[in-house]
Design a binder for this molecule. Structure first.
Ligand code: FRU
Length: 424
């Protein structure tokens, strides 16, 4: 993609490419990049709801932040329907898998709080019914703005369309718990433009979501990462030499991988409050490699930009594959060039014996990685499964130069604060 004129003092850049050659280096079950097996006897956070994407409250620099000693997380959440005739199978038993698979259509933002960074207590919905303009409240980021407890929740308003939005409210604490007040006025920020980022009109399977605002540690400006697909009609993308990369003889055939067009998008704020945004060309594209680079986020460490994003086996293109999990890229400056971590990009994947055990990994600046349990086999053949919809064990990562290593495993849903803000 050719890039544009200079905007808001932001240097024009070329997107970095995650190439097919990079992806050929992905090795499932390498113990240094594989999540330890999740046992099928996991505890469930709450039996009334499914939870999946987990969004810790943080500041604009990325630090996971507690307030008055209370840790707070937001989760995508949907009711479980064990007694709804719609979710009973022929024998009258609850078909939990079907209920779980339908959850995206009724996803809502909920919050939870804890004194210990685990064993989360149920807070409730962040926005009352009717506040959010669309059917689905999809992933984003809650930002603690100041010591008055003001919070900007950036998220994705989906169906109809997909719009990056934000809503402002306040976190209030007592000795006994945490509540969210406000969150009454949702402000649309932007949608895919069809020039840099693919629109629904160009591809009914387009992705445009998962805002992650941040302050650049070097230039101090406010930016936002998000998930997108590269603009253009579905099927029109070219998987050329650059997208293929340096492959061995016999690996030149790209099959139908022109349908895989994921990218990590970036926008810059025109104002200090983050109410007015300008989309910039993608930071990273995966044309010919993968169709989804979801929930992109940064860890700023050792003067470098560590860009993480989650992806699936089923979204890879023909001739390349990898586990469900989190992938990463590193650069010396915000606009790249980005190099895949561990050569391939794979940072933490599911073991091949339990390919759907976890998803939606979020790497925190302390190296801890939270995710949710999707489903875990309960028998040898993998035909029987237990659905999760709850927090997975947290994994500890060591990030060193262009490599990462799994070094620890912690309790389910362990998300300790990196700093505490005493509210005024
Ligand atoms: C990741 C994800 C996000 C999206 C949400 C929808 O698990 O696909 O990209 O916002 O889940 O439920």
């Amino acid at each position: 993609m050719k890039t544009t004129t200079e905007k808001f003092g932001v240097t024009p850049h070329q997107p970095s490419l995650w190439t097919r050659a990079d992806a050929l280096k992905v090795r499932a079950d390498d113990p240094t990049t594989t999540q330890p097996l999740v046992s099928a006897d996991f505890p469930v956070l709450n039996n009334d709801v499914f939870i999946w994407d987990t969004m810790p409250l943080r500041d604009l620099d990325g630090n996971v932040t507690s307030v008055d000693g209370w840790s707070v997380i937001f989760t995508l959440t949907a009711d479980r329907h064990p007694n709804d005739p719609q979710y009973l199978d022929e024998d009258g038993n609850y078909d939990i898998l079907r209920d779980w698979n339908d959850r995206h259509g009724r996803a809502k933002m909920y919050y939870w709080f804890s004194r210990t960074g685990k064993n989360w207590e149920f807070g409730g919905r962040v926005m009352a019914e009717g506040v959010s303009p669309t059917a689905r409240e999809w992933a984003g980021t809650p930002i603690l703005l100041n010591d008055r407890g003001e919070v900007d929740l950036y998220y994705t308003a989906v169906t109809p369309g997909a719009t990056i939005v934000k809503v402002r409210g306040r976190v209030v604490t007592t000795e006994h718990g945490v509540s969210m007040v406000g969150f009454e006025k949702v402000k649309p920020l932007f949608e895919a433009d069809g020039k840099m980022y693919q629109t629904e009109a160009q591809n009914a399977f387009w992705g445009f979501r998962d805002p992650w605002p941040f302050r650049d540690p070097n230039d101090g400006k406010l930016y936002m990462l998000f998930e997108g697909n590269v603009a253009g009609e579905r099927g029109s993308h070219k998987v050329g030499e650059a997208e293929i990369g340096d492959v061995p003889p016999g690996y030149e055939d790209v099959g139908n991988s022109r349908y895989q067009t994921a990218c990590v998008g970036i926008a810059v704020a025109r104002d200090a409050d983050g109410d007015d945004w300008e989309m910039l060309p993608p930071l990273l594209t995966a044309v010919g490699v993968n169709d989804q680079t979801e929930r992109p986020h940064f860890v700023f460490q050792d003067g470098k930009y560590y860009l993480f994003t989650i992806s699936h086996t089923f979204t890879y293109g023909d001739g390349v594959t990898g586990p469900d999990g989190v992938y990463g890229f590193v650069a010396d400056s915000l606009f790249g060039p980005y190099v895949p971590l561990n050569g391939s990009g794979l940072v933490l994947g599911n073991p091949s014996s339990q390919p759907f055990q976890t998803y939606s990994h979020y790497v925190m600046p302390n190296g801890l990685v939270t995710s949710f349990i999707d489903s875990v086999p309960t028998d040898e053949t993998g035909t029987q499964i237990r659905v999760g919809g709850t927090e997975a064990p947290t994994v500890g990562l060591k990030i060193k130069g262009q490599q990462t290593f799994v070094v620890a495993e912690y309790d389910y849903g362990y998300i300790p604060p990196m700093l505490d803000v005493a509210l005024k």
